[in-house]
Every structure is written in C-alpha cells, then in structure tokens.
Design a protein around this ligand. Structure first.
Ligand SMILES: Nc1nc2c(ncn2[C@@H]2O[C@H](COP(=O)(O)OP(=O)(O)OP(=O)(O)O)[C@@H](O)[C@H]2O)c(=O)[nH]1
Length: 657
C-alpha cells in the first residue's frame, strides 16, 4: 500500500512540476514581451533624441555659415580683395573656428576653386595656414556643388574622413563639409565659404546618449558603419574594406531597414531597433524655428541619409527581469518545494481517507452481517417507534415478510396488550438512552404469542432527543416453558399435580397473613386413604397411583378456589379451608368423604376399586402464622382418631384452649 502511495506521490509531483514549469514558461512569454516593449520604447525615445541632436548640430552649422557670410571681415574682402581685407577675413575665420571649436577647417575658395584663405583648428587653437600650401579644389565635388548653389542655399557633403595631401589623417577625423556661397553687395557670387564640420563631436554625443546596455550604430545609405562599438568595422568604403557592411553581415536586417520604417526586431535573441535619419523631418522634431532652413539645404536629403541602429544583446535586454533575480529563483524553488509538499500531504491524506473509508465499509458490512444474520432478532426504530430495519431472525420469529414491517409498522403494534407496562418501560428506556432489558409478549402474524427478552439501546441527538433506537429480541418461549415446568416440579406433586408440602406451606403462610389482617377462622383437614396398602397389594402399585390421582381430581372439584389441597406424601393429603369454621370444615370433610366413597376407580381390565378415606378436622378461630404446625398436628390427631374409630369417617379435633 505504501509503495503504491509513494508511486502516486512521485507521479503527481512530476505532473505538478511539469504544470508549474509550463505555467512559469507561459508567464515568461508575455513578461518577455513587456521587456521587449520597454527596450523598444527606450530605443525609439533615444533615437528620436539622437535625431533631434543631429538636426540641431547640422542647423547650427548652417547658422554659423550664414553668420560668417555676413561677417564684416569676410564682406570687406569680398568687396575689395586687398591684402589688408584678406587679413581681416583670416581673423574672422579664426575667430569663428575658435568660438565654436567644431570646425576642423574653414576656408574661403574663389570661383575658380582656389583656396584663398584656410584656417585649421589644432589643439592650441585655430590658425591660418601658409599661402604656399593653399591648393586648388576645383575638382572637388563640394566646390562644383557649391558653385551651382542658388543664393542663400547651402550644400552639405556626405560624411567623409579628412585627408591631408591625399592620405587619410590619423587618428581618423570624420568630417562633413558645408558650403555657403558668398556674394558681393551687387549680389554677384564671389566665392565659397567651406566649413569642415568635425562630425566626431556629434558621433561621440550620439554614442553618449545610450546606456551601456545598448550598442548604438550609425550607418550611411550604403550600409557602411559610421559608428560601431567595433571600430574596425567602420568607414569600410574609405579604408578599402568594402565587405564591412551591415548588408553583408546581416542581410535580412539590412533588407528590412531599407524597406520598412523604423521598428524593432529580434535576431538570434538580440533586439534591434532602427530608424532612418531624415533631415526633411526637421519640423516634426519640434525645431520649427529651423523649418524654413531645410528648404535651403541642398544635398542633405540624399548624401546625409543615415540609419540609426541600436542593438541590445540577449543577456542585456532582460538583465532587469525578475526571473533572473536571486529572490525569484528562491521563490521558484520554494514554489516547487511547496507544490511537492502539497502533493505529498494531499495524497497521504487521500490515502488515509481511503483506508479509513475501506475500514468503515468493512465495519458496516460486518455490522450488517451481524445484524442480519444474528441468531437473535434485531429491530431498529425511529423516534416515533416506526420500524426502519428488521433482521431475518425477527421476521422468522414473527412470521412476517420484511416489506410488511419496514416503514409501515410501529414496534408497539407487535407487542401484546398484556405487555403494555413492559412496552412503556422499553420506550422510556429508548428515549432516555438507557440499556435495559424487558420481557414482552409479542404477537406473531398469525396470532401466536411469543415471549421475548428485549434489550434496548439508542442513539440520542446532541439535544438528547432519540434519533435511532434498536432492540435485540431474544425468543425465550422455551426458557419460560422450562421455568414453568421447573416451577411446577418445585411446587407440585409429580403424581397428582397437587401442591406439595413446600408449596402448601407458602400458600398457607399467605392465607394466614391475610386472615390475620382481615380476620376469620381457618380449618385444616388431614385426609388418608383407608387400607391403601391392600389396594397396592391387590391391584398393583400403578392401580394405587390411579386411585391417588382420582382422589386428587375429585378433591379439586369439590373444593373452592381459595381452598388449598396438597399431597404431603404417600396416601396422605391435607386441605386448608381459609375462612371455614369448625362446622363448615366438618361439613366439607364429610362431603369429601362421601363423594370419594362413591367414586370408585375402574381399571383397564375392568376391575373396579372402591376406596374410602378417613379425615381429621382441626380449626383455629383466630389464626396466627406460628400456629400452623400445631393446627396440622391436631388435624392429624383427629385423623388417627378416625382411623382408630373404624375408618371411612370424619373426626373433629377438640377446639384449642
Ligand atoms: N400406589 C401407591 N402406593 C403408595 C404411595 N405412597 C405410599 N403408598 C403405599 O401406601 C401404603 C400405606 O399403608 P399404611 O401406612 O400401612 O396404611 P393403610 O394401608 O392405608 O392402612 P390405614 O391407613 O391404617 O388405613 C403403603 O403400602 C405404601 O407403600 C404411592 O405414591 N402410590
């Protein structure tokens, strides 16, 4: 049994563990979705901020160029290109470079593409380079584009790395060239202002916007990295590494970025968010004061189309997840332990209940068996005495079918009126919860009576009201019959059935007490068969017995109900006549003598035995119990006197003094 229980416990523990794991896993899915959404929201917010930052930076550069174009030093050289005015222009350019610190170079290039003034920015400040290293930039795209500008337009070059004399400057210096056309007071174009914006500033600020959990990247329109945590992947098209593109590394992502507006996607467990940088959307970024400027910016919509890409690696995007915290792991272990304990206790208690129910069923079956097949009768009654159950033996006792009694018959209806008192006592004991025994006469179906011994037991409610009563019913008819036989044997003469000496003494004592209370005389007769020995001798002992029985029957007939006739032994009989005076006693004795003398006994052989009796009579006028032996003695003496006087006669004893 315990092994089966252990197996069930293990089986259910495994099932509950699988269910719990399933629930936790299912709970993790939406939870991860929330985390993804949080990361996505953060990515989007930061990219929006970055977009605004970029826009702000570019428009600041435009503003700087505009201001510089209006600078008096610049203007004076344009109007009158003297050496003095050139110095003024140089100072203006140096000034601007120093004030903002974000221009690697600021140049003034004439309409032929020749550098007229060039101010470089170094760690210790801006300075004008020597005239000897000024170069012609007529072949540069930005010069061509600049010369084609309308008035008030500016041109932004694509981002590039700065070169010195044709070779890339180290460390790498990302640069965006801004070209502003300048005109004289007549509106005639005179040259170009070219500001090399050191974009490293912006790239660093862009990077600093994002927390360490995220890896922000910038890519140009062709998928080359401008910014990447792995620096060796950047500027591939300028460093002779054309394969270093996002398109080569993650084709699916790159394709998605080109076809779908900004969104988040998960690749190999990492979360990616991307967004296109689009200068045309300046107004939507809240920089409405610059809204008009965008119309004036040329080239930005194509050459400066970048992509922002933010990657948050798998461990990072759920780094704050509750299920990675130590307390959650403790909670889960606790949960599983509790589940295991719960399974253990539930199954143990179910097993205990099962065992207990089986035991109860066994007990109930035993009880039913004992009840139904008991060798004595059982009857169960409700509070009103209605029979609700009865066993086989009681049905056999009474001769009923079960359906004749069940729920249709009251126990009282089965008890004889003679036992009313016993029945009342029985019902009282049932109601009081007493265990008592009652001897009752029950009525059988066909009218016979059955003497039974009923033992009662009952179940009471909490308010001491009878709920169920039960009686065990034992048939004691045989016992009662035996008792009566024994009683007869103990109190009667076995030959004649008359009272024996013992019974006579009891009956006489009772009568004496009554007479003492009520008053009245008492007469005793002593009766003896005359020459009985001769009867025995002549006809045999059996014939003598027949004579004695005949005498007893005739004597009983002649006497009153209150008179007591007893055989003391042999052929001697005694009669007690309560309330009879001496005269009445003598008359009764005489009547008895005559009747017996006239009642001979006929034997089977046809012989007739005539016999006579002698009777002695003695009377007590005021009897007392102690006087009985003396009374009987006096009657005996009178009997002897009758014998001596010739027999077949009545003699009366002298009254006592
Ligand atoms: N058949 C029979 N005889 C009995 C019984 N009890 C005593 N007897 C006999 O009764 C006889 C009594 O005889 P006795 O005492 O001599 O007296 P009797 O013959 O009647 O003579 P008297 O009394 O003097 O008239 C004896 O023979 C006993 O054996 C009995 O129960 N049945």
């Amino acid at each position: 049994m315990y092994r089966a229980m252990r197996k069930r416990q293990i089986k259910w523990t495994v099932i509950v563990f699988i269910l719990l794991a399933g629930i936790l896993y299912l709970g993790k899915i939406p939870y991860d979705e929330i985390l993804r959404t949080e990361v996505h929201t953060r990515h989007m917010q930061l990219m929006k901020t970055a977009s605004m930052l970029r826009q702000e930076k570019l428009l600041d550069v435009v503003q700087d160029a505009r201001r510089l174009a209006l600078n008096s030093g610049v203007k004076s050289y344009i109007e009158t290109p003297t050496a003095d005015h050139r110095n003024k222009m140089q100072r203006a350019l140096i000034n601007t470079s120093n004030v903002y610190g974000r221009y690697d170079q600021i140049r003034y290039i004439d309409l032929q593409g020749m550098e007229q003034v060039r101010v470089d920015y170094a760690d210790d400040g801006a300075y004008a380079v020597a005239d000897t290293i000024l170069q012609s930039k007529a072949d540069s795209t930005y010069v061509t584009e600049g010369l084609a500008l309308d008035e008030d337009q500016v041109y932004f070059s694509p981002i590039d790395l700065n070169r010195e004399n044709g070779t890339l400057e180290r460390p790498l210096k990302p640069v965006i060239r801004l070209v502003q056309k300048v005109t004289d007071s007549d509106g005639e174009p005179q040259g170009l202002l070219v500001l090399n914006y050191a974009a490293g500033e912006f790239l660093n600020q862009f990077r600093a916007l994002f927390p360490d959990l995220d890896q922000p990247m910038l890519l140009n329109n062709e998928g080359y990295w401008l910014l990447n945590a792995q620096a060796d992947k950047t500027w591939g098209w300028l460093l002779g590494q054309p394969q270093q593109t996002l398109g080569a590394e993650r084709p699916a992502l790159w394709k998605k970025m080109q076809t779908t507006p900004g969104q988040t996607m998960e690749l190999d467990g990492d979360l990616f968010s991307y967004q296109r940088f689009d200068a045309v959307n300046v107004a939507t970024n809240g920089l409405s004061s610059y809204a008009d400027e965008r119309k004036l910016i040329r080239g930005i919509s194509t050459s400066a189309k970048w992509f922002m890409l933010v990657q948050t690696r798998s461990p990072q995007w759920h780094v704050g997840a509750a299920y990675l915290r130590p307390w959650f792991r403790v909670f889960v272990v606790g949960l599983f332990l509790m589940a295991a304990m719960l399974v253990y206790f539930v199954i143990a208690s179910r097993e205990q209940r099962r065992v207990s129910r089986a035991a109860q069923r066994g007990q109930l079956a035993d009880f039913k068996d004992l009840y139904e097949n008991a060798p004595i009768g059982y009857v169960t009654v409700s509070a009103s005495g209605l029979i609700t159950n009865v066993n086989h033996m009681l049905l056999a006792y009474l001769g009923y079918q079960r359906e004749e009694l069940l729920n249709d018959c009251y126990f009282m209806d089965l008890v004889d009126d003679e036992s009313r008192a016993g029945l009342e006592g029985l019902m009282h004991s049932l109601g009081a919860g007493e265990h008592e025994q009652y001897r009752l006469e029950m009525r059988c179906k066909h009218g016979e009576r059955l003497t039974v011994l009923c033992s009662v037991s009952s179940r009471l409610s909490t308010s001491s009201m009878l709920t169920v009563g039960r009686c065990s019913v034992q048939d004691i008819s045989q016992q009662v019959s035996l008792e009566r036989s024994l009683e007869r044997l103990a109190y009667s003469d076995s030959l004649t059935g008359l009272a024996n000496r013992r019974h006579f003494d009891e009956l006489a004592s009772r009568e004496l007490k009554r007479l003492q209370r009520e008053g009245g005389p008492l007469t005793a007769l002593a009766l003896d068969v005359d020459r009985f020995k001769a009867v025995n001798d002549r006809y045999g002992h059996a014939a003598g017995d027949k004579v004695l029985k005949s005498l007893a029957r005739h004597g009983e007939k002649l006497l009153r109900g209150t008179d007591i006739l007893a055989r003391f032994g042999g052929e001697e009989f005694t009669v007690l006549l309560p309330g009879a005076t001496q005269e009445q006693g003598r008359n009764k004795a005489e009547a008895l003598r005559q009747a017996l003398a006239e009642a001979p006994v006929t034997l089977q052989a046809g012989e007739v035995i005539h016999y006579t009796v002698s009777i002695g009579v003695a009377t007590l006028a005021r009897p007392e119990e102690t006087q009985l032996p003396a009374l009987l003695k006096r009657a005996d003496e009178a009997l002897y006197q009758a014998k001596r006087s010739g027999r077949n006669r009545v003699c009366v004893a002298e009254p006592e003094c």
